[in-house]
Design a protein around this ligand. Structure first.
Ligand SMILES: Cc1cc2nc3c(=O)[nH]c(=O)nc-3n(C[C@H](O)[C@H](O)[C@H](O)COP(=O)(O)OP(=O)(O)OC[C@H]3O[C@@H](n4cnc5c(N)ncnc54)[C@H](O)[C@@H]3O)c2cc1C
Length: 260
């Protein structure tokens, strides 16, 4: 099977994010492989272990997004490709999906593409579905389990995690699958994997390499970026000898604060 896994580099979720002069900063905190994408990489590895084949990790981003690709290589993917070009700066998801679909079309005979559920920074959670639409392939989102995959029969059956419970959906290959946390337990990169990744040559594909002579303009803009308002919270314990006394005191306080 030819498997592609799309990964993004994102700030560490433990980073303190600030906004200054309309620019977002996470200080010296490291950029890491988007945590949701670890599940996508793991699912690609499990699929290859069961069915054989090759896994290519692709990331669209600046030069240092190679670090996220190195993490995927260290976990065990076979190849990694960075898609990067000054023309892609300011790309919204419509542009990003066009670029990624062009890159995936350049990889030979892909059967299956894994995405994470969403990127922890922009968090739109739509890129997998958009890429599927661009390629004209089915999109299976919020996938919590792959029950059956038949490369020979060209079919897949998955369980989708929805509010009401689990939904079983069948689809045909080639297909785009976005996975949720809990589908697997991502492995830690092995020592050998880290060594392999540190020596790996990661090819860079530009707009010209992808045949994208005219990169479309983003359909969305960010007119203003500001930090959310700080909300001061104070905790007060209402005490009393009986539940009735406590309830009366609570009601008085709520009226005092004009809550009721
Ligand atoms: C007006 C505007 C300007 C922007 N300018 C920039 C910019 O200059 N530089 C920039 O980096 N971003 C920019 N972005 C953000 C960028 O468009 C999004 O990060 C990108 O389209 C993916 O959306 P998302 O992060 O919400 O991913 P989601 O849709 O939440 O991600 C779902 C999954 O898609 C995959 N994925 C997400 N992003 C990538 C990627 N880059 N490569 C490979 N796989 C991926 C991962 O598997 C991820 O789990 C901009 C967005 C807007 C709206």
């Amino acid at each position: 099977m030819n498997i592609v896994v799309c990964v993004k580099q994102a700030p560490d979720t433990a980073a303190t994010v600030t906004v200054q002069d309309g620019k977002v900063s996470w200080g010296d905190a490291p950029l890491v492989l988007n945590p949701w994408d670890e599940y996508a990489v793991e699912q690609a590895l499990l699929t290859k272990e069961e069915h054989g084949g090759k896994i290519t990790a692709i990331s669209l981003g600046p030069e240092d997004a190679k670090e996220a690709l190195k993490t995927a290589l260290a976990m065990g993917v076979d190849e990694a490709i960075l898609v990067s070009d000054p023309a892609f700066a300011g790309a919204d998801t419509l542009v990003a999906s066009k670029v990624l679909a062009a890159a995936i079309s350049k990889v030979e005979a892909v059967d299956l593409i894994f995405f994470g559920r969403s990127a922890v920074d922009s968090d739109s959670g739509v890129l997998g579905a958009q890429v599927a639409r661009r390629l004209g392939w089915p999109s299976l989102s919020l996938v919590a389990a792959v029950n059956n995959l038949s490369p020979e029969g060209g079919t897949i059956e998955v369980e989708r995690m929805i509010d009401e419970g689990r939904q079983i959906v069948k689809g045909s290959l080639p297909v785009v699958v976005s996975v949720v946390k809990g589908i697997n337990e991502p492995r830690y990169p092995s020592f050998m994997g880290i060594r392999k990744a540190s020596r790996a040559e990661i090819p860079l594909w530009t707009a010209v390499d992808l045949g994208l002579t005219a990169v479309p303009s983003p359909a969305m803009t960010w007119p203003e970026i500001f930090a959310p308002l700080k909300i001061e919270t104070k905790c007060e314990f209402i005490e009393g000898e009986t539940p009735v006394v406590i309830a009366e005191k609570l009601a008085d306080r709520l009226m005092e604060e004009k809550v009721i």
